[in-house]
Design a protein around this ligand. Structure first.
Ligand SMILES: [Zn+2]
Length: 106
């Protein structure tokens, strides 16, 4: 698990797996934890696959470091819903206890 200080550098994405089961093509989609690095900048519509907060399952937006050779925050996600930011341990304005999103990405 990531350290508490870099929670926002991880998210979940809906990974698609295609395989053959009993001679039939099957597509499975499962939520998997992954680093934010490598994802395109922007909200859900900019992403090739659905993403969500790994901790409250709320909607998030990807923020990519603009200047690769300058200091700055690493690639990370931020909640879109202020309610998630206030109640999720990954949020900037988090007040305990941690709660799951009321409007989760499923
Ligand atoms: Zn969250």
């Amino acid at each position: 698990m990531p350290a508490e200080s870099n929670l926002s550098e991880y998210c979940e994405w809906k990974k698609e797996r295609k395989f053959i089961r009993n001679g039939e093509k099957v597509t499975e989609r499962n939520w998997e934890n992954r680093p934010v690095a490598g994802l395109p900048s922007g909200g859900p519509k900019k992403q090739p696959v659905p993403i969500r907060c790994a901790y409250c399952h709320g909607y998030v937006e990807v923020h990519v470091r603009q200047l690769k050779d300058k200091p700055g925050p690493p690639d990370h996600v931020e909640h879109i819903d202020i309610d998630d930011a206030n109640h999720c341990k990954m949020g900037d304005t988090f007040t305990p206890p941690h709660q799951m999103s009321k409007n989760p990405v499923t």
